[in-house]
Design a protein around this ligand. Structure first.
Ligand code: HEC
Ligand code: HEC
Length: 604
């Protein structure tokens, strides 16, 4: 009898649990459906790559055969975008085989070279002048693609995914749409970014369906935004004319926020990334990215106050006359208006232009050539550089420790005495903490995205659309900081080869002698490679480029418009900027400049 009651009690509890949905969630219903969807889509993707191989084999003198091959490639890309949310998240290394950037990747520190391959490399070859001569290479590339895609489904053997993971994969994909797809990052020649964004959003709709069905009320707004966003993309497919600002403000950014609220509400939050804050409203919110430094959070504020004082203190330098602010002048957005600054050696100017320090704390490498990994490393580099501040560790530490105010601050923050190395690390941390306060994110552009519709005018909005579209700027100057930080994880700062000449006279172009990252690693792909700087506040930080050679933004854009170094006639075989002219008109160039001006922060 007792046993009977016990059994019915258990049965009753199980029923309750089931009906309350707890077990249902534990079984990862959405994840199971997502895996089935991925399985189906990978079959379709595989079929598309078969037909790409066949079409490429048919390339002959007839130009229609080339157009057919490009169409087959487009079909592959669209298929790929239906499952990219899934492969990129769960199988990132395999994904690199389908959709890596079409250039040699250098794996540091071993300096291994990874050859370009996959969809983007095929695109590059299909748009070369002598496509027919590339036929063998194209066939090989397409066959390699076909083989790896055919293997995709085998990855599912013994595979498990949770609902939390699937939802995180979707939210990361949305960041890709916003920052990469609509800027044409991975299909600059096919210009299929908008159609790809649409495919990707459609997959999102399918994958989210089980969760939305289960939580109808909470997901109502999300479902609506998603379907109207898809409709908008459907009706506006032309890449050059696409109104990115309209799409972002009305669909993609609200979707990002609604997705966050929804995931939170149904209790399936997961953040496996290091630098993204999912609680931020959207990617242009000031708190979306996390600083890249090792500052203990509870000490950040006080360290920054100390760092600020040190930043303006010239007694840290070897001759007692130079402080950080001698070159990084706060009133000039932490630059100095000079082509290159004076150095401590009166017979030499510094080799490179002084960059602004706004937003440096998010970067994953410092200096134009990315030679310092962290800010603390960078700061020691500057303090001890004989041409910059000419200090040395023992003098710097002795001076700081002998200063009553500095010493008591350090003592209270780090309790106790330390050796010189530790003191130096604490001093460098203070500088870093100060630099990490220089992220105002309050420009008219930021205000516009925060809802102030009067903050930007129509020319500036047009300029944003061009920057992120036809002019291809956004495919290197990535949103939201418009710098080198690569979406969607923002954990890497990219370097690029533009071949910036020595002067801005493009009629008599002269090759620059500064070899950039090549001086650190003798690999030809690093010749003239420099880190992509932010264009935020560029209005105020002329002259431009690593060598300060360009005096105006007109000059900078003119250079891009001509196709970079190759475009102006300097032979730069490993230029990573497309060499094709952009065909920007005067009003378009003006609009881009107006947009850049809308990125000027109010720093007072
Ligand atoms: C004499 C001028 C000068 C002084 C003084 C100076 N800097 Fe710089 N700073 C530069 C130049 C020039 C560069 C670029 C050098 C390069 O990339 O090779 C630079 C680069 C940097 C960068 C890297 C920015 C980026 O985007 O990569 C940071 C951060 C920085 N400085 C911080 C400081 C701090 C902190 C101090 C004081 C401790 C300081 N600088 C003192 C001229 C100066
Ligand atoms: C292939 C990648 C790439 C593309 C595309 C690109 N940039 Fe750049 N940009 C860079 C790099 C790298 C530098 C630094 C080059 C150097 O110092 O020689 C740079 C420098 C700049 C600077 C100078 C910033 C400073 O503080 O000195 C501005 C302004 C700029 N780019 C704007 C644009 C605009 C506008 C477009 C689109 C028309 C664009 N960029 C397209 C990579 C790119």
């Amino acid at each position: 009898m007792n046993r009977k009651i016990f059994i019915s009690l258990i049965a009753f509890i199980i029923c309750m649990v089931f009906s309350s949905g707890i077990l249902l969630q534990k079984s990862d219903i959405g994840a199971t459906a997502a895996i089935a969807y991925f399985d189906h889509q990978s079959k379709e993707f595989s079929i598309a790559t078969d037909s790409l191989v066949e079409t490429i084999k048919r390339i002959d003198k007839d130009s229609i055969s080339v157009i057919e091959a490009r169409t087959a490639l487009l079909k592959c890309r669209l298929r790929y975008k239906q499952l990219s949310f899934f492969t990129s998240y769960f199988f990132p290394s395999e994904t690199a085989m389908y959709n890596a950037a079409p250039k040699y990747e250098v794996e540091e520190p071993e300096l291994e070279l990874v050859e370009p391959m996959g969809l983007q490399q095929i695109e590059t070859l299909l748009y070369e002048k002598n496509v027919r001569e590339q036929r063998e290479e194209l066939i090989m590339q397409a066959q390699a693609l076909k083989t790896s895609v055919a293997d995709l489904r085998t990855l599912l053997y013994g595979f498990h995914a949770s609902d939390e993971q699937v939802l995180e994969s979707v939210r990361i994909e949305l960041i890709r749409i916003i920052s990469l797809y609509i800027s044409g990052y991975d299909a600059p020649l096919l210009k299929s970014g908008i159609a790809e964004a649409q495919q990707s959003m459609q997959s999102m709709e399918v994958v989210l369906a089980p969760y939305l069905n289960d939580n109808k009320e909470d997901g109502l707004l999300l479902a609506k935004t998603l379907s109207s966003g898809i409709k908008y993309l459907n009706n506006n497919t032309a890449f050059d004319d696409f109104d990115r600002m309209h799409y972002l403000v009305n669909y993609a950014l609200p979707l990002q926020q609604q997705l966050e609220l929804f995931i939170n509400k149904i209790g399936l939050e997961l953040n496996t990334t290091a630098y993204l804050n999912y609680n931020a409203e959207h990617i242009f919110s000031a708190d979306f990215l996390k600083n890249f430094d090792s500052i203990p959070p509870q000490k950040r504020k006080e360290l920054a106050q100390l760092g600020k004082k040190l930043f303006f203190d010239s007694r840290l330098s070897g001759n007692g006359m130079v402080s950080c602010s001698s070159c990084h002048q706060a009133e000039n957005y932490f630059s100095d208006g000079k082509k290159t600054s004076a150095s401590l050696d009166p017979t030499h100017l510094l080799k490179r232009n002084t960059p602004s320090l706004h937003y440096v704390s998010y970067q994953h490498s410092q200096f134009w050539d990315g030679r310092a990994k962290t800010m603390t490393e960078q700061i020691k580099g500057v303090l001890f550089n004989p041409l910059e501040m000419g200090g040395n560790q023992s003098d710097v530490v002795r001076y700081v420790i002998s200063n009553v105010e500095y010493r008591s601050k350090l003592d209270s923050l780090f309790s106790g005495r330390y050796n010189s190395n530790e003191d130096m690390n604490h001093i460098a941390l203070a500088f870093s903490a100060y630099l990490s306060t220089l992220n105002p994110m309050n420009s008219p552009f930021d205000q516009y995205l925060a809802g102030d519709k009067k903050a930007m005018n129509t020319t500036q909005i047009k300029g944003f659309n061009l920057f992120m579209g036809k002019a291809q700027c956004g495919s290197c100057h990535f949103a939201p900081l418009f710098n080198s930080l690569v979406p969607p994880f923002y954990d890497r700062s990219e370097l690029e080869v533009l071949g910036t000449p020595k002067t801005e006279d493009f009629t008599k172009p002269e090759k620059d002698t500064d070899m950039g990252r090549f001086d650190l690693y003798k690999i030809k792909y690093y010749k003239q490679a420099f880190k992509t700087p932010t264009v935020r506040n560029a209005e105020k930080t002329a002259p431009y480029m690593h060598n300060g050679a360009f005096s105006t933004l007109e000059s900078v854009i003119d250079f891009y418009n001509k196709g970079g170094a190759n475009g102006v006639g300097l032979v730069t075989p490993d230029q990573t900027l497309a060499s094709k002219p952009l065909n920007l008109t005067k009003p378009e160039i003006n609009a881009i400049i107006q947009f850049i001006n809308s990125l000027t922060d109010q720093t007072k």
